[in-house]
Ligand binder design. Structure first.
Ligand code: G
Ligand code: G
Ligand code: G
Ligand code: MN
Ligand code: NA
Length: 258
C-alpha cells in the first residue's frame, strides 16, 4: 500500500517526530512523567495519524525498526528531564517488538548508552496486543517483560478496562502501572453516571491494593480531576493539563535548557 511504501522511506528521510504528553500529580499539578507519542509527517504531505500508520507498521514488521528509533529519541530527550526533575518517560510498544529476540538487550544497551537509569523508562503495553498471539508468543512476551522488569524498567498496562478480559490480563502480566482508559473519565461528572463512578472508583482501589501506580487518562475538565483525586487516584493525563507537545515545549514547561 501507499502507507507501507511511505513508511519504508520515512526513517531515512527523517519524517518521524515524537511528541510528549505530561502525566501530572492531581494534587499539585506537577509533571511526574511524560508519554512519548509518535508523529509522522510525510515530505510534502499531511500528517498521518498513528492509529492509521501504526497498524501498517505492525503488519509489515517495520514497527521493529521504527520502535527502536522511538526508544532512542525518547531516551535522548528523557535524560535531561530525569536528571533535572526525576521525570520518567513512557514509550508505547507493540507485541511485534516484544517478540523480537533482540528487544530486551537493545533496550538495556540503549539505556546504558544514554546513561539513563532503567527505572526512568516505562514501556506501555495493551491487552489487545495479546489478542492475536499464540500461547507460545504470549509466554515469550511475558518472559521479555519479566527480564526488563528485573532490570528496573517499568511496565504499564495501557487502555485498561476496554478489553474483554482485563482482569485476567492484569493477573497474568508483570506490570507496575495501570493506565485507566479515558472511556472511564469522560462520563465521570455527567449527571446520571453513578455506575461509571463506581467502576472507576473500584479500578482505582484495585490498582492501589495491588501496589500499582495508577494513571487516569483523558482528563479534560477540572471537575473530572477533582472527582478522580477524591477517589484516590494520584495521577492524571489529558487535555486539561496538556496536549501532546514537542520536546522543546516540555523543556520550557520544566525550565530546562535543551
Ligand atoms: O497520539 P495518538 O492519540 O494519536 O495515538 C494514537 C495511538 O497510537 C495510541 O493508541 C498510541 O498508543 C499509539 N502510538 C503512539 N505512538 C506510538 C509508538 O511509538 N509506538 C506504538 N506501538 N504505538 C504508538
Ligand atoms: O552518576 P550520576 O549520579 O550523575 O547518575 C545519575 C543517574 O544516571 C544514576 O541513577 C545512574 O544510575 C545513571 N547512570 C550514570 N552513569 C550511568 C551509566 O554509565 N550507565 C547507566 N545505565 N546509568 C548510568
Ligand atoms: O492508546 P493511548 O492511550 O496511548 O492513546 C493516547 C492518545 O490519547 C493520544 O493520541 C492522545 O492524543 C490522546 N489523548 C490524550 N489526552 C486526551 C484527552 O484528554 N482527551 C482525548 N479525547 N484524547 C486524549
Ligand atoms: Mn499509551
Ligand atoms: Na494511553
Amino acid at each position: 500500500t501507499r502507507i507501507a511504501t511511505g513508511l519504508r522511506r520515512a526513517l531515512a528521510r527523517g519524517e518521524f517526530a515524537l511528541h510528549y504528553q505530561p502525566v501530572v500529580d492531581l494534587a499539585t499539578g506537577d509533571i511526574r512523567s511524560v508519554e512519548a507519542l509518535l508523529r509522522w509527517i510525510p515530505e510534502g504531505g499531511e500528517p498521518v495519524r498513528p492509529d492509521v500508520f501504526i497498524p501498517v507498521a505492525e503488519e509489515t514488521g517495520l514497527i521493529v525498526e521504527i520502535g527502536l528509533w522511538v526508544l532512542e529519541q525518547a531516551c535522548a530527550d528523557a535524560r535531561r528531564w530525569h536528571e533535572s526533575h526525576g521525570i520518567t518517560v513512557a514509550v508505547n510498544v507493540s507485541g511485534r517488538q516484544l517478540r523480537d529476540e533482540t528487544f530486551s538487550d537493545a533496550v538495556l544497551a540503549m539505556l546504558d548508552r544514554h546513561e539513563l537509569p532503567e527505572r526512568a523508562l516505562t514501556l506501555e503495553i495493551t491487552e489487545s496486543m495479546l489478542l492475536a498471539t499464540t500461547q507460545v508468543e504470549t509466554t515469550r512476551i511475558v518472559e521479555v517483560l519479566t527480564r526488563l522488569r528485573e532490570h528496573g524498567v517499568r511496565i504499564a498496562l495501557d487502555d485498561f478496562g476496554t478489553g474483554y478480559s482485563s482482569l485476567s490480563y492484569l493477573r497474568a502480566l508483570p506490570v507496575d502501572v495501570l493506565k485507566i482508559d479515558r472511556s472511564f473519565t469522560t462520563p465521570l461528572t455527567e449527571a446520571d453516571h453513578q455506575r461509571t463512578r463506581a467502576f472507576t472508583r473500584a479500578i482505582v482501589e484495585l490498582s492501589a491494593s495491588l501496589g500499582l501506580s495508577t494513571i487516569v487518562e483523558g482528563v479534560e475538565t477540572r471537575e473530572q480531576a477533582d472527582v478522580l483525586r477524591q477517589m484516590g487516584s494520584p495521577l492524571g493525563q489529558g487535555y486539561l493539563f496538556s496536549r501532546p507537545v514537542t520536546a522543546e515545549r516540555i523543556d520550557d514547561l520544566l525550565l530546562v535548557a535543551p
